[in-house]
Design a protein around this ligand. Structure first.
Ligand code: PGA
Length: 247
């Protein structure tokens, strides 16, 4: 079976500036990635100025509510209106900083789909969970909360990102074998519900991906691209990662 189309998403987190917006825009507009979807997910204020033909736009979060009295929140419909195609959901930093539960995350996945956005559902274990050998169990629980709410057919409308917490921003990347093992587990877990959906869903790896390790990670059979944090803040480095996916 041929692999799925690669996707590389830059997650700026709470970083960036108008200068970085300009730099990234010109770098990406000047590049062509025929075989890869390239996605930039800046903080909300930069979404409007980043809308461009050269790449796809995503947000980093949205409200689980559709609209109304939720001061400070942003709806999925607003993001759609601003040109976003994707939204990151359930990043471990949001699960931790904002106490987002598996149910909150599932509700956000559902709200995003209903608004016509593609949620990038993040899952991944802590170092402690891995040391205890319970990473698959932990990830299955994160996936099952979403499956229970949206059903397997809707999994065809999402992207999954495996991001081991111990590898995020630490420079400690999962080895290609470690990452592949979890990606394979995620696919086999979904296969129990629907083999076609499981075979076609894109599963990205995130956690200290750099230009120097991207190619070996992306060459694994169940890794369909990456969710890139720190390295997405440097245009040259980010383009090299996109190139590795596109090769
Ligand atoms: P990192 O972050 O590439 O800086 O490790 C990845 C992420 O959190 O999406």
């Amino acid at each position: 079976m041929s692999k799925r189309r690669p996707l590389v998403a830059g997650n700026w987190k709470m970083n960036g500036s108008l200068a970085l917006v300009d730099e990234m825009k010109s770098a990406l507009e000047a590049s062509e990635f025929a075989n890869t979807d390239v996605l930039v997910c800046p903080p909300f204020p930069y979404l409007g100025s980043l809308a461009s033909d050269g790449f796809i736009l995503g947000a980093q979060n949205h409200s689980k509510f559709d609209a109304g009295a939720h001061t400070g929140e942003t709806s999925a419909a607003m993001l759609k209106e601003f040109g976003c195609r994707y939204v990151i959901v359930g990043h471990s930093e949001r699960r931790e900083d904002n106490n987002e539960s598996n149910l909150d995350v599932a509700e956000k996945v559902e709200t995003a789909i209903n608004a016509g956005l593609i949620p990038i559902l993040c899952v991944g274990e802590s170092e402690q969970t891995r040391d205890a050998g319970k990473e698959n169990e932990f990830i299955a629980e994160q996936l099952d909360a979403v499956l229970k709410l949206i059903g397997i057919a809707n999994v065809a409308k999402i992207v999954i990102a495996y991001e081991p917490i111990w590898a995020i921003g630490t420079g400690k990347t999962a080895s290609p074998e470690q990452a592949q093992a979890v990606h394979e587990f995620i696919r086999s877990h979904l296969t129990k519900e629907n083999a076609d959906v499981a075979a076609s869903v894109q599963i990205l790896y995130g956690g200290s991906v750099k230009a120097s390790n991207a190619a070996t990670l992306f060459s694994q059979p169940d890794i369909d691209g990456g969710l890139i944090g720190g390295a997405s803040l440097n245009a040259e480095e980010f383009l090299a990662i996109c190139q590795a996916a596109n090769a």
